[in-house]
Design a protein around this ligand. Structure first.
Ligand code: SAM
Length: 285
């Protein structure tokens, strides 16, 4: 489906990116989105949804480690994890590295993304979908949190950007539903857009989260595949988000989660760690 082996990605309101494709691996139009798995020399095997870069085997650690480990390391004993979205399985794989996890429920809208990941994105999802602790539910994440009476230690939103099909999961109502599904001391983790390229979306999502959660820590990661600064948040109803670097180092050692490529206790989100341009955006009403 790529023209002359060039894939054009709409990037921002003024730019698009052109990827030279070394190999087309799989293309499928599902009821929800256009799924493309391709190989490029910079990123290796790469997943695009609706022509937007999602993740790649070479850079996935920037995104998945930034999304998963700050929340999982902050929690003293994460046993029950809920992932909404995350069809490529990278978030599931990172979450299952924690021996304390007894169940990881993943609610993904599009079954085709999961099926494609199991075949073509093994370097990202590993054996996560076969892990006995994994419970995969195909359906709308919003409907799931509306209807379930289960509660979780960590809820991770690994969703596409606030366009179709995920625009109903960037709302105050949805964040409130997630908050109410957290066990005491529970943590919600999510990404909340690029402050440089999408300052308004970033600001609105940040303020919406602050209206639901009294405690939130925000941090930025430069995601090589996205070529932008990406904001992430961890949020809680309780004052549990500040853990000393010493405790984090002990947890990293005791939990024996193996080698990580991005997350490190010294980079763990701190209250005052945001760059000035981000703070200025957040000061805008
Ligand atoms: N790393 C990614 C990015 O670029 O932000 C997110 C990747 S993951 C593949 C996003 C997944 O969210 C997709 O597979 C999509 O089908 C799923 N999704 C979107 N809306 C959803 C919803 N309402 N409920 C559950 N899953 C949803």
């Amino acid at each position: 489906m790529t023209e002359n082996n060039i894939l054009n990605e709409p990037f921002s309101s003024t730019m698009s990116r052109r990827f030279r494709i070394a190999r087309n691996i799989h293309t499928q139009k599902t009821p929800f989105q256009l799924v493309e798995v391709v190989e490029t020399s910079d990123y290796g095997i790469t997943l695009f949804l609706d022509r937007r870069f999602q993740t790649s085997e070479k850079d996935e650690f920037f995104y998945h480690e930034s999304l998963v480990h700050p929340a999982m390391m902050t929690h003293p004993n994460p046993e029950r994890v809920l992932i909404i979205g995350g069809g490529d399985g990278g978030t599931l794989e990172e979450s299952l590295k924690y021996p304390s996890v007894q169940s990881a429920t993943m609610v993904e809208l599009d079954p085709e993304v999961v099926d494609i990941a199991k075949v073509h994105l093994r370097s990202i999802c590993g054996d996560a979908f076969d892990d006995p602790r994994t419970r995969l539910i195909i359906g709308d994440g919003r409907k799931f949190v509306e209807e379930t009476d289960e509660t979780f230690d960590v809820i991770i939103l690994d969703l596409t950007d606030p366009l179709e099909p995920s625009k109903y999961v960037y709302t105050k109502e949805f964040y409130t539903l997630c908050r109410d599904r957290l066990r005491p001391g529970g943590i919600l983790a999510l990404h909340n857009d690029s402050p440089f390229f999408y300052p308004e979306a970033f600001n609105v999502i940040s303020k919406t989260l602050d209206s639901v959660f009294p405690y939130r820590r925000q941090y930025l990661t430069y995601i090589v595949g996205y070529m932008l600064d990406f904001a992430f948040s961890i949020c809680s109803r309780e004052d549990v988000l500040d853990v000393s670097e010493e405790v984090l180092r002990e947890r990293l050692r005791d939990r024996n989660i193996g080698h990580l490529y991005y997350y490190h206790p010294a980079m763990h989100p701190r209250a005052s760690a945001l760059p000035g341009y981000v703070t200025r955006i957040l000061e805008t009403p």
